[in-house]
Structure formats: C-alpha cells, structure tokens
Design a protein around this ligand. Sequence first.
Ligand code: CAA
Length: 240
Amino acid sequence: MARVAIVTGGTRGIGRAICERLRDSGFTVVANYAGNDDAARAFSDETGIATYKWDVGDHQSCLNGCARVADEVGPIDVVVNNAGITRDGTLHKMSYDDWHEVMRINLGGCFNMAKACFPGMRERGWGRIVNIGSINGQAGQYGQVNYAAAKSGIHGFTKALAQEGAKAGVTVNAIAPGYIDTDMVAAVPPPVLEKIVAKIPVGRLGQADEIARGVAFLCSEDAGFVTGSTMSINGGQHMY
Ligand code: CAA
C-alpha cells in the first residue's frame, strides 16, 4: 500500500509543487491549507489531491486534523512542514502580533504537526519529516527578525528531533530554499527584489519544483541514512 504524505500549506506555491512531486513518486498525498478555499478547490480539481483545512498554528486543530486524515486516508508516514507566512518589517515598525503570528504558524506549526504524527511513525518504525526552513533562517534578512528567528528555529528543531527519531527509522531533515518564484517572494517590493536577485550567483529566482525534488529525495527510501541535515537550494546565494 502507498505511504501517506501530508504537506502543510500544500495547495499553492512550493507546497503545491511538493504535493505533485510526492504523488508522482508514488505517495498517497493530502494537502493541508488554512485559508484560501478557492485555491484549494482549484488545486484539488486540477491534481485530484484531497485537501484538509486547518490552521497549523493551532495545536488542537493539528491533532484533530491529522487524526481525521489517518482515519479517512491511512496512518501518516510523511509530514512536510511547508506552511509559512511573512509579516516583514524592520524591528521598530514590527508589532508584537507580527512577531507572534510568524512564530506561531511557521515554527509552532512544525511542533504541532510533529506532536500529531511523530509518535505513530515511531511505533510503525518508519517515517519522514521534512521541514521547510529558509536561507533567511541561515543568514538573516533585513526586515525579517520574526521570519528569520522562526526559520532558524526550524533548523534547530530539525536537528533535535532527528536525534529522537533516528533509532526508530524516522528521519527528520530540513530544506532551506532561497528566493523562489512564488506569491510570497512576489510580495517583496520590486526594487528590493531586484537587488536580491542580483546577488544570486545562478542569476535567477528558483522554481518551486526545484525545492520539491529535494523533498522527494529526502522522503525516499534512498535517503534512509540522511537525517538531521539541511539541504540548501538557493542558487548559490548563501553557502553554508
Ligand atoms: N541592508 C541594509 N539596509 C537596508 C536593507 C538591507 N538589506 N534593505 C533596506 N535597507 C535600508 C534602505 O536602504 C532604507 O534606508 P534609507 O532610508 O537610508 O534609504 C531603509 O533601510 C528603509 O528601507 P525600506 O524603504 O525598504 O523600508 P520599509 O520600511 O519601507 O520596508 C522592508 C522595509 C519591509 C523590510 C522592505 O525592505 C522589504 O520588504 N524587504 C525585503 C524583505 C525580504 O527579503 N523578505 C523576504 C520575503 S520572501 C521569503 O521570506 C521567502 C524566503 O524564505 C526566502
């Protein structure tokens, strides 16, 4: 029977590319999303992938949502923690709410999903967790103390949980994307984005599927000895 994979924030952007890539690799995929019903409907119509709506920043919603997926589709073998938001602004303009929402969703979501799925993976002796971090969690970024802190936290979370999962056959890895051609990056003011792209050695934004291919490798049998690692996919913008 095909293994079951869930991708948070899976109906758009990088998440969508990950869903499609994992489906093409033989997983039964479901996509979680939080808000955009129209995008979720279009995604489902176009891909045939089922969607489940809840806020990954809410602990109980994750427990309930994952239990529902396990009931309706099967035990969850793969979690891709991709859901994330930005609330950019320099510290002196950033509200507590901007800080807290980014921490709650981007970092809290990883904890909540792991709490829901990691115990079952351990019991069954196989699991894959892939957390989507960011170049900006590795290098920092002007105007992103909240996002950089959350993404940096994801990298620490990954290394700690990897140690807990290793003996039980559960690998935990991170991918640190650079600037990828998505709605999130399109929201960066054009003159700022131009300067950022000028510093990418490969000379362009990344494509969502370039991240998805890395995720598919980390979720495969071939990656059984890879755990606690961070794969940077950033066009050479930050060499870590
Ligand atoms: N380093 C140093 N100074 C900088 C700077 C930088 N990188 N960027 C801007 N500044 C300076 C500006 O030159 C300006 O200085 P002056 O007033 O002396 O001219 C000052 O900071 C204010 O800059 P802005 O006009 O840009 O300020 P703002 O308040 O209007 O906007 C901002 C601030 C919201 C942070 C805006 O600069 C911005 O959106 N930056 C991009 C942030 C970014 O890269 N976000 C990534 C989103 S995508 C993502 O996060 C995905 C991923 O994982 C990669």
